[in-house]
Design a protein around this ligand. Structure first.
Ligand SMILES: Cc1cc2nc3c(=O)[nH]c(=O)nc-3n(C[C@H](O)[C@H](O)[C@H](O)COP(=O)(O)OP(=O)(O)OC[C@H]3O[C@@H](n4cnc5c(N)ncnc54)[C@H](O)[C@@H]3O)c2cc1C
Length: 327
């Protein structure tokens, strides 16, 4: 079996950036992605608009042209898809990596379809697969979702949106504009401070005029077929309810990281151990790239500031190979 110089787990924007950099530098590489190209972005809301302007989402300085300064999801899908196809990147889609094991001089990687050997492995698996659950009775009812896709589905329905960050606020506004009766349930005292600066005044005005009802300092206690029970500072409130969008964030797959031998900090941040100058983890030859580096601090790394991980990692791999060839 041919041994790769580097296998990249995850074909999100940062996994693709790593693949492109590896190809440019002449390394034997493969990207393995469990879904379609940029699977997380594919699963974002259909009308979603990035908070970054398009040039900040570019990889390898390949121009990203969008209609408005801040691109929409479809434009980003087009951009990253074109990067994969026009550079003929070596990527296996709809193939899930299950284990990565250190062998004497590299790694054995087993997916649900194949087995590979590689000298180095980059984990760029993002954070969008595992939602932060509410952990309340009724959360498993079919009317509850942790992912928002399209406002049309909720038209003329009583919709509760749980959360106060960009995903929750975008969903609340869009669904209200398409005719949902929207109630926001927010754990803290206000709409999140990181909500896009041009969206925040919009939601605050809709709440103040009473178009969208908001309960602050409130939490969901129980979800029933036709009702939602919430704890508010004024006591328990029972709302009539058809659907719940629990948009309370996502977390990396820590179990996967631990299985690979990557150390995690013991505090609530669960930060993975890596050297920020090389992105190499405590396991030699195993690297982290992209949003996964932030542990529970999923807002810390995003496309804009983590695309730099690709050249850092590939140049470290090349420098190690140079040392080995001289030895
Ligand atoms: C609604 C929303 C809006 C955002 N807007 C912006 C923005 O404007 N600007 C910005 O910079 N960032 C933005 N972000 C954040 C940004 O999308 C993420 O930081 C980015 O996707 C990170 O890229 P990544 O490649 O690290 O991870 P991801 O894009 O999550 O890619 C990880 C990939 O790994 C795959 N994978 C996972 N496990 C396996 C496995 N075992 N085997 C094989 N494949 C696997 C997944 O399917 C996925 O495709 C936004 C996020 C959200 C949710």
């Amino acid at each position: 079996m041919e041994k790769l110089d580097v296998l990249i787990v995850g074909g999100g924007p940062i996994g693709i950036a790593c693949g492109l950099e590896a190809k440019k530098k002449g390394l034997g590489y493969l990207i393995v992605e469990k879904g379609p190209i940029v699977n997380s972005l594919f699963n974002y809301p259909v009308n979603m608009q990035f908070f970054s302007s398009s040039e900040r989402l570019e990889i390898d300085d390949i121009p990203f042209i969008s209609k408005e300064a801040k691109p929409k999801r479809n434009e980003a899908l087009e951009y990253y898809r074109r990067i994969v196809s026009s550079n003929s990147l070596n990527i296996h889609l709809f193939e899930k990596v299950e284990t990565v094991e250190k062998t004497g001089d590299g790694f054995e990687i087993i997916s649900d379809k194949n087995r590979y050997m590689a000298e180095h492995v980059i984990i760029a698996t993002g954070f969008y697969d595992l939602p932060n659950n509410l952990n309340v009775p009724g959360e498993d009812l079919p009317k509850v979702s942790h992912y928002y896709k399209d406002p049309h589905y909720y038209a003329r329905q009583k919709l509760a949106v749980v959360g106060a960050s960009n995903s929750a606020i975008d969903a609340a506004l869009e669904c209200w504009r398409k005719g949902s009766e929207v109630t926001l349930i927010i754990r803290g005292p206000e709409v999140g401070q990181r909500v896009k600066y041009w969206v925040r005044p919009d939601i605050i005005n809709r709440i103040e005029e009473g178009s969208i009802k908001a309960y602050f300092n409130s939490t969901v206690k129980e979800i029933k077929e036709t009702e939602l029970i919430i704890d508010t500072p004024e006591g328990e409130v029972i709302l009539e309810n058809d659907f719940v969008l629990a948009l309370t964030g996502y977390m990396p797959n820590f179990e996967f990281l631990e299985k690979l031998g990557i150390e995690l900090s013991r505090d609530e941040k669960r930060l993975p151990a890596y050297n920020p100058e090389t992105m190499e983890t405590n396991v030699e030859g195993l690297y982290l790239a992209g949003v996964i580096c932030g542990g529970m601090e999923t807002h810390k790394w995003f496309i804009e500031n983590s695309r730099i991980h690709a050249p850092i990692i590939i140049s470290h791999i090349l420098s190690k190979q140079l040392v080995d060839s001289r030895a």
